[in-house]
Design a protein around this ligand. Structure first.
Ligand code: PLP
Length: 425
């Protein structure tokens, strides 16, 4: 039943029936949370052995004989450089290992860019500094550049990645200093960049000498199916294009091992890494190498890590399927919503009728289901169409997810019917 083709009487009738269903669900006193892209406890349980991988019996030394309990090794232990290098198709010398959060590394690079520049003068000197934000995108990326006073410029993404015509145009402005990218299973769209998009990024000719691609490959090994998205290596493409210093690449094991206790990395050209390494030496006498060693023992190579990712996928895949099945059976063919169907990552994007996303969020909240705030995936939390909702299926239990997805679908229908019948709250 396509709602957009119904007569006034048919819409009224459908409204009454959906409203009744919504009231019934809301009276159940549910308390469900689908708001954050966190792994569930079963995912963290897969890394229980990590916590005991380093102790007196197992030794504290890495393969180079470094006692990881002591100070030193500013850019991390060799095993983890090799592991991330394999994950990102780079050389170990192109990788710096950080603490538990890639977001901290991203913040740090931007902070350094502000005070000391990224191959040019400090960015604080550029009063009208701007940063490109692909939308819908990751709120915490946008927040970092907002915090440092960049004007945030939205560029839309679709199934192939961002609108590259627009990006090529924007980088002609020397005040545009960078772009946030999540190339594989992006947060929250779920798509991956096509080869053409990666090549066009690599071949950008920005007016600003200190423009960089902030290439956050957070979901590079987070495939849900055997048939996975493959993306071109950004460094290789940049090198071919004569732009080796353009990308600054980030990744972490947050959603591979334990989110609060993982290992993060920043990578790119040796020139960029030398710059970051030098600055690191002022920040620390040495990072948490014990945690790096724990990870190195649990994941001696990429194959071992990918085995763990298969186990994650077995837990997460049915959760994605629960939500996607609810969407297609409840919302399919109604002309009021569309959604992405990712092959990996942590999110699904749901686009409801323009002007309805906030209402859907409120209806869900009143029925006991918490969603990420409508607009959260846009700079300053403002979705100009008020249409997008970020759906995070990974944290709730499968039973709760089924209930939550049911409430969400009814809320989407009710918000659309309120709009179409003019009964808006
Ligand atoms: C795209 C993206 N980057 C980074 C992060 C955070 O990574 P970390 O835990 O390494 O700081 C997330 C978490 O949801 C994310 O979605």
């Amino acid at each position: 039943m396509d709602y957009t083709k119904l007569s006034k009487e048919e819409l009224e009738k459908e409204y009454e029936s959906v409203k009744k269903e919504y009231d019934r669900l809301a009276a159940q006193g549910l308390s469900l949370d689908m708001s954050r892209g966190k792994p569930g406890f079963e995912n963290a349980d897969l890394s229980e052995d990590l916590l005991t991988a380093v102790c007196r019996e197992k030794g504290y030394k890495n393969k180079e004989g470094i006692d990881c309990r002591n100070y030193g090794g500013v850019d991390g232990i060799i095993e983890m450089k090799e592991l991330f290098a394999e994950m990102l198709s780079l050389k170990p010398s192109q990788v710096i290992i950080g603490g538990n959060s890639s977001l901290t590394l991203m913040y740090d690079v931007i902070s350094q860019a502000m005070t000391h520049g990224l191959g040019s003068e400090p960015m604080y000197k550029c009063e009208n500094r701007k940063f490109i934000c692909l939308v819908p995108g990751y709120d915490r990326h946008f927040a970092i550049t907002d915090y440092f006073g960049f004007e945030l410029i939205s560029v839309p993404i679709d199934d192939n990645g961002p609108d590259m015509d627009k990006i090529e145009e924007l980088v002609k402005d020397e005040n545009v200093k960078g772009v946030w990218c999540v190339p594989k299973y992006s947060n929250p769209y779920g798509n991956s960049y096509s080869d053409e998009v990666v090549r066009r990024f690599a071949n950008l000719k920005p007016a600003a000498k200190d423009f960089h691609l902030f290439w956050d490959n957070a979901y590079c090994v987070h495939d849900l199916y055997d048939e996975k998205d493959e993306i071109l290596g950004i460094y290789d493409e940049c090198q071919k294009a004569g732009n080796p210093d353009l990308p600054i690449i980030f990744a972490s094991t947050s959603k591979i091992s334990i989110p609060g206790d993982g290992v993060a990395a920043v990578a790119g050209s040796e020139k960029n890494m030398d710059m970051i390494r030098k600055r690191l030496s002022f920040q620390t006498v040495g990072p948490d190498k014990i945690n790096m060693l724990r990870h190195a023992r649990k994941f001696p190579n990429l194959a071992a890590l990918l085995e763990q990712m298969k186990k994650h996928a077995e837990i997460i895949r049915p959760k994605f399927q629960t939500v996607l099945e609810a969407f297609s059976s409840e919302l399919g063919g109604k002309g009021i919503a569309k959604w992405t169907n990712p092959k990996g990552g942590y999110f699904i994007s749901l686009f409801v009728m323009n002007g309805c996303a906030k209402r859907v969020h409120t209806l869900c909240k009143e029925a006991g289901v918490v969603l990420t705030g409508a607009g959260a995936s846009y700079p300053h939390g403002v979705d100009p169409d008020d249409s997008h909702l970020r759906i995070a299926p990974t944290y709730p239990t499968p039973e709760n997810l089924k209930l939550a997805a049911g409430v969400l679908c009814v809320a989407v229908k009710l918000a659309a019917l309120e709009k179409l019948t003019g009964k808006g709250a």
